[in-house]
Design a binder for this molecule. Structure first.
Ligand SMILES: Cc1cc2nc3c(=O)[nH]c(=O)nc-3n(C[C@H](O)[C@H](O)[C@H](O)COP(=O)(O)O)c2cc1C
Length: 187
C-alpha cells in the first residue's frame, strides 16, 4: 500500500462499514465529546449551521425510544427495524439525532458522516439511521420532541448510532460506472 493510501483519515473512510450489532460497552465521555465536536465542525451551506444535534446515551431511554418506534411502524416491520433482529438504535450505546427547522438534509448528512468517520478513527463503529424518522412524525412525535428538547417546528433529518462493533462485515461492492474522471484534453 502506498504511503498516501496508509493515511489514517483515508483508512478510516475506506474501512468504515455499517455495523448493526454492538457489544454493550459504553462510549467514554471523551469519545462522546470528540464525536460531538466533529459533528458541529461539519460544513453547512452558507454556514447556516441550522442543524441541532441530540446525543442519547441512556440505555433506558434508547429502549423506550425503540418500543415507541416499533409501536409506530409496526412490530413486524421489515429488515433492520425488527426489534428481535435490530432495534432502531442497532443495540449501540449512543445515538446522535439531527433535527432542523430548515430543509437542510445535505448538511445533516455531512454531519453524520463526520461522526461515522471520526468514530472509525477512534476504533468505534456506526450505523447511519434514517428509518427512526417515523417516530418523530407519528403518535409519539410530541413526546420525543419534548424528551429530546426539540422545537415543535423542527423536523428529524437523520441519526447515527455509535458503539463498539460486535461484527465485522465486509465492504459491500460498489456499483460500477458511477465515476468518470474527465482528463485534460491532449494538446
Ligand atoms: C441516509 C442513510 C440512511 C440510512 N438508514 C438506515 C436505516 O434506517 N437502518 C439501517 O440499518 N441502515 C441504514 N443506513 C445504512 C445503509 O444501509 C448502508 O450505509 C448501506 O447499506 C451501505 O453499507 P456501508 O455503509 O457498509 O457501505 C442508512 C444510510 C444512509 C446513508
Amino acid at each position: 500500500m502506498s504511503a498516501l493510501a496508509q493515511n489514517e483519515t483515508i483508512q478510516a473512510i475506506l474501512s468504515r462499514r455499517t455495523v448493526r450489532s454492538y457489544t454493550g460497552e459504553p462510549l467514554t465521555r471523551e469519545e462522546i465529546e470528540l464525536l460531538s465536536r466533529c459533528a458541529l465542525y461539519a460544513p453547512s451551506a452558507r454556514n447556516r449551521q441550522s442543524t441541532h444535534v441530540r446525543v442519547v446515551t441512556d440505555q433506558t431511554m434508547l429502549d423506550e425510544l425503540n418500543r415507541d418506534f416499533k409501536d409506530t411502524v409496526g412490530w413486524d416491520a421489515p429488515a433492520y427495524t425488527r426489534w428481535d433482529v435490530n432495534p432502531v438504535y442497532q443495540t449501540a450505546p449512543c445515538m446522535f439525532f439531527v433535527f432542523s427547522e430548515e430543509d437542510c438534509g445535505i448538511d445533516a448528512g455531512i454531519l453524520v458522516e463526520n461522526i461515522a468517520i471520526a468514530a472509525k478513527a477512534l476504533g468505534l463503529d456506526s450505523c447511519i439511521i434514517g428509518s427512526v424518522g417515523a417516530l418523530f412524525e407519528g403518535a409519539f412525535a410530541g413526546k420525543w420532541k419534548e424528551r429530546l428538547q426539540v422545537g415543535a417546528n423542527e423536523r428529524f433529518l437523520i441519526s447515527v448510532a455509535v458503539g463498539h462493533g460486535a461484527e465485522d462485515p465486509p465492504a459491500k461492492p460498489r456499483a460500477e460506472g458511477r465515476l468518470l474522471v474527465i482528463e485534460p484534453e491532449q494538446a
